[in-house]
Design a protein around this ligand. Structure first.
Ligand code: C2E
Ligand code: CA
Ligand code: CA
Length: 246
């Protein structure tokens, strides 16, 4: 893996009721010289095993911030930027310090940055994780739990950790109108989030019926192929221009 073979794409996050832009999630792509575009599902586990995720993850963060700065300079509407953080990256060295330096280098408004952590990140030594999360939060960024509902089932950490948002996993959203169990789980997650004053984002919305159903449940934000596939920089700019014109 040569680092110059990596790039980012951006998946829109929208307000469900209106379809208006709220943010984007940065997603990593590996353009292999022989094999073409390789899915992160294939190479992230390998990068985690070899430790390469540490420099690559740092590159993702800086690249995402560079893009935010470029959009700001170009006068585009402000978007929140969600960035996936691997457990290996989170537990390696001084992550909070790396974040602080990157925020400063690109002069980023931290309230527009959301770090996506999986439940597995949080299941290490609780005191150590809590300390790390507090230091990260002290820089003003938002924290989200990715793939919520698929990981460790202890809900205790939602109370203890400074989390802002839950991202409801795609597996509960897919076919939500046909699978009562998925609808029940999604309703329960939304109710839980409401009672703990957390925001929710539904992932993997592919159909308009899924979107309408989530709207009726009071889910405010979503992402998925129904709105847009992951976009390159130019496509994001076109998406924003289209939303402004609408
Ligand atoms: P994730 O964080 O859950 O990201 C969402 C994945 O679901 C993305 O796949 C996205 O393209 C896909 N997706 C979004 N909406 C839909 C939909 O409506 N239907 C379907 N079928 N799929 C949808 P992608 O880009 O292949 O990423 C896969 C996973 O790789 C991500 O899952 C994340 O865990 C990991 N990943 C991606 N970029 C990074 C990164 O920069 N750092 C780290 N540590 N992990 C990353
Ligand atoms: Ca994610
Ligand atoms: Ca996810």
């Amino acid at each position: 893996m040569a680092r110059n073979e990596f790039s980012l794409v951006f998946q829109p996050q929208v307000e469900i009721a209106s379809g208006l832009p709220r943010g984007v999630e940065a997603l990593l792509r590996w353009n292999h010289p022989q094999r073409g575009l390789i899915s992160p599902l294939e190479f992230i586990p390998l990068a985690e095993e070899t430790g390469l995720i540490v420099p690559v993850g740092a590159w993702v963060m800086r690249q995402a911030f560079a893009q935010m700065a470029a959009w700001k300079t170009a006068g585009l509407p402000t978007l929140r930027m969600a960035i996936n953080i691997s457990a290996v990256q989170f537990h390696h060295g001084d992550f909070a310090d790396l974040l602080a330096r990157a925020l400063a280098d690109f002069d980023i408004d931290p309230t527009l940055v959301e770090l996506e952590l999986t439940e597995s990140v949080l299941m290490h030594n609780v005191e150590e994780v809590l300390d790390n999360l507090r230091r990260i939060k002290s820089h003003g960024v938002m924290l989200a739990i990715d793939d919520f509902g698929t990981g460790f089932s202890s809900l205790n950490y939602l109370r203890r950790f400074p989390i802002d948002r839950l991202k409801i996993d795609q597996s509960f959203i897919r076919g939500i109108t046909q699978t009562p169990a998925n609808a029940s789980i999604t309703k329960a997650i939304i109710a839980l989030a409401d009672s703990l004053s957390l925001e929710v984002v539904a992932e993997g919305i592919e159909e308009s019926v899924e979107n309408d159903f989530l709207n009726s449940l009071g889910c405010k934000e979503g992402q998925g192929y129904f709105f847009a596939r992951p976009l390159n920089t130019l496509q994001v700019e076109q998406w924003l221009a289209g939303a402004r014109a609408a």
